[in-house]
Design a protein around this ligand. Sequence first.
Ligand code: CAO
Length: 584
Amino acid sequence: MSKETIRVPDIGSSDPVDVIEVSVKKGDSVEAEDTIVVLESDKASLEVPCPKAGTVLELKVKAGDQVKEGDPLLDLDVAGEDGGDGSGDEAGADESKDNASDEEAASEKTSDKEASDKEASDQQDEADQQDDESAAKPAAGGTRTVAAPDLGDIDAAEIIEINVAEGDSVEAEQTILVIESDKASLEVPSPEAGTVKKLLVKVGDKIGTGTDLMELETAGGGDTSDKGSSEKGSGEKGGSGKAAAKDDGDAKAARSRKSDLDEKPSEAGRQSAAPETPEQSQGKPSASVHAGPAVRKLARETGIDLADVAPSGPKDRILKEDVHALIKQRLENPPAAGGAGAPDLPEIDFSEFGPVERQELNKLRKVAARNLHRSWITIPHVTQFDEADITELEAFRKSQNKALEKEGVKLTMLAFLVKACANALREFPRFNSSLELGGEALIMKDYVHIGIAVDTPNGLVVPVIRDADKKGLKDIALEMGELAGKARDRKLSPADMKGATFSISSLGGIGGTAFTPIVNWPEVAILGVSRSDTKPVWDGQTFQPRLTLPLSLSYDHRVIDGADAARFTSYLSQLLSDMRRALL
Ligand code: CAO
């Protein structure tokens, strides 16, 4: 046995900071890198990791105390160290000795997961601090095994869907698979961008925390901050011990955690391109919730919005257990039953009233239902109705189609709508934005990708016409035909359906006078198009028969004001009345 006093590391300031949480108690066994206390200044909070494994002999601080660098935090009975080696209690007074034994302890005892966690944060720290040439550098690419994130005590969630295939390119935060309990589901995002080399699971498998999911070939040099508990792999394993061994102690680890916290806002920003998760409810911004870096990381890895988590720590602090509790609740209760104050729906035995047949929904419909429900309950929708006089446009379309027939191109009304919308989105860029998670900023996009809702026998899909503002009508018409064909043949790839900035849903070929489309999050607006009809329009002297196209623009009222929506549809209407303006 060897008793050591663990002290407050270099916290980058000589001012005292508050101890807001003591994460261990006397008698607890701790692993190297386990958080022992959480400190907070008025600017940031940081978790202090235990530099080595052992048993807590005595706590030297309690929540509410103020401490500064070098103050004792606790006495630790260091695991596996012999008291006779003379390094014992004097360790606190001899930092360099401490660090030397840290190296061995950390390299031998840190678990792979923790070590890779530590390596990632150390790497970030190295980049920031540039103070240790010999330490591990950010990975320059390679293959890593992506493991299931920390799901708390859920050890057997079923994979109901795998959203990537071997060879696919994935973005950081893109959904790679969906797990489900008997009632609800959770999307698991990729921790970083790369190419899927090998899938290690299949639909129907049961997974828990740390289950290996896929081998990911990373481009490297990217965002290393996400590399953490959801990753492990041979490269990581080999390097982690080394990185730990090169770690100059808990001070650096604590600093790196601080930088993790500091990067939080950009993490939120990146979510704009993120896969859809059921947790995008709007409320208290994540950036302003009270949570440490490890908790924020856990939330990122599990797609949980911290604004949705009920805090149980001191000063309304969100603890890891709180995130776990929400994951569990999400898996056990569908959001409609539990969240947002929605009442529980009673189960009804319809067979009491007549013969019934239960038809299981296919995967596409289940996913669409989940996404639509999520958008419906999280986005305050308003729909602006308008009309466009397309008399001349329709005449032009018909005349062009005669000429284009031999080229095999059919200019549809939808192609004109895509072009006109692309033009309007450039004119009104807020309609081409996404609201950052937490609601503190808009992500303005300098590209115009338009999603087209396509009705297929299996359900609704939304392929995307990229850079619609840069394409001509013929190209748009051709591409739309191809995408609609692929949609109906179930040949669309995930890439075909990603990245839209705005959507159009046209029911004009079917009928109806108006409808209220649901915004396709993370977009902020969608245009619904109904069937055109010839209407009498007063020209000041007489009624003229004009072909009129009904437009229904639904928008996220948090982002778009009613007046802007009216301006947008008026502009669109004018463009469609005189398409020459859009073609200029
Ligand atoms: N008014 C009157 N007629 C219209 C029209 C409109 N607004 N839009 C299309 N039409 C006509 C077309 O001119 C075409 O007639 P012709 O063959 O005589 O030229 C006919 O309707 C069929 O058009 P289409 O459906 O083949 O082509 P499209 O470009 O209008 O639509 C697509 C393509 C993929 C959008 C459509 O097939 C589709 O799937 N629509 C449904 C989308 C949907 O389900 N939205 C709801 C989402 S929310 O649940």
